[in-house]
Design a protein around this ligand. Structure first.
Ligand SMILES: NC(=[NH2+])NCCC[C@H](N)C(=O)O
Length: 281
């Protein structure tokens, strides 16, 4: 008997399904992976598939350009400091509306169209993300926060019961303030607290690229410090540093993949070579 080409390809999935069934993957979804309907559908199908093969995805999403677009429509002008939006009370209201309302519900709806049972939550729900104000020396960013404590109970309960939690990166504090938090940071914090098998960043680039623009398929955390400023630049530095922190704190592997490529998530997870960069101990 001869194996068909497709059969040959599909059977490569088997060891990974076996290895990962029952594991939790925290997936940061945002940016370019959200720019058009086709990409949104591809992502939603991938997530539904993961759940059907026994993997428990927990999604943390960003806002894409939606927050900026809505602020513009409402004629609210905001200032930026090093890429971070200075967020007053009025701006924060819009952030909550857009993230926990529009963006979150759309992701949930899309996943459910393909047979998933996604449930949308913000970090305020069931006290998932206790936050503190992000303090910078030179500027007051207002309601921009950092994670203080993660309470993953509801996420674990939902996952166990067959649901797919979709979390907006909004935190709360004891004084009743809400904070806008970087979605990469929230994903990493959740992954650490639940000791996730994988933390997956869906980004705008193929992964970590070397100085010739070639993809680096694997990075060991001991090599990261010497790569900073030589190989790693710009927005990749905080991503890779948070990957390192996650692994030092018990997450097994971190992956950075390109959200613009349809089904990159499946290729990374279920093939030997993957398609992005994996960061390992
Ligand atoms: N970028 C890479 N080298 N990826 C390899 C992925 C291997 C395997 N599919 C995993 O998820 O663990």
């Amino acid at each position: 008997m001869h194996t068909t080409e497709k059969g040959n390809y599909l059977i490569e999935f088997l060891p990974y399904i076996k290895e990962f069934a029952g594991n939790t993957f925290v997936i940061k979804y945002g940016g370019s992976a959200m720019v058009n309907d086709e990409l949104k559908m591809a992502f939603s199908k991938d997530i539904a598939l993961l759940k059907f093969v026994g993997i428990n995805p927990i999604i943390v999403h960003g806002g894409g350009n939606e927050i900026g677009d809505t602020l513009k429509k409402l004629d609210i002008t905001t200032k930026f400091h090093k890429g971070l939006r200075i967020t007053d009370e009025k701006t924060m209201e819009v952030v909550v509306m857009v993230l926990a309302g529009k963006v979150n519900k759309e992701i949930v709806l899309n996943i459910n169209r393909f047979g998933g049972k996604a449930v949308g939550l913000s970090g305020v729900d069931a006290n998932i993300i206790k936050a503190k104000k992000l303090l910078l020396e030179d500027v007051d960013l207002g309601l921009v926060g950092d994670v203080e404590e993660v309470n993953p109970d509801i996420l674990m309960n939902l996952s166990k019961s067959g649901y797919i939690p979709v979390v907006s990166p909004i935190g709360f504090d004891d004084r009743g303030s809400r904070y806008n938090i970087n979605a990469d940071t929230v994903a990493s914090s959740i992954a650490q607290v639940i000791q996730a098998e994988k933390l997956i960043y869906i980004s705008d680039v193929d992964g970590v690229l070397d100085n010739n623009g070639k993809l680096i398929s694997e990075i060991k955390i001991k090599d990261i410090d010497k790569m900073i400023d030589s190989v790693l630049t710009g927005g990749m530095i905080p991503k890779v540093l948070s990957a390192k922190e996650a692994i030092e704190n018990g997450v097994k592997k971190v992956h950075i993949i390109n959200g613009k490529k349809h089904h990159a998530l499946l290729e990374e997870i279920f093939t030997d070579a993957g398609i992005g960069t994996q960061i390992v101990r």
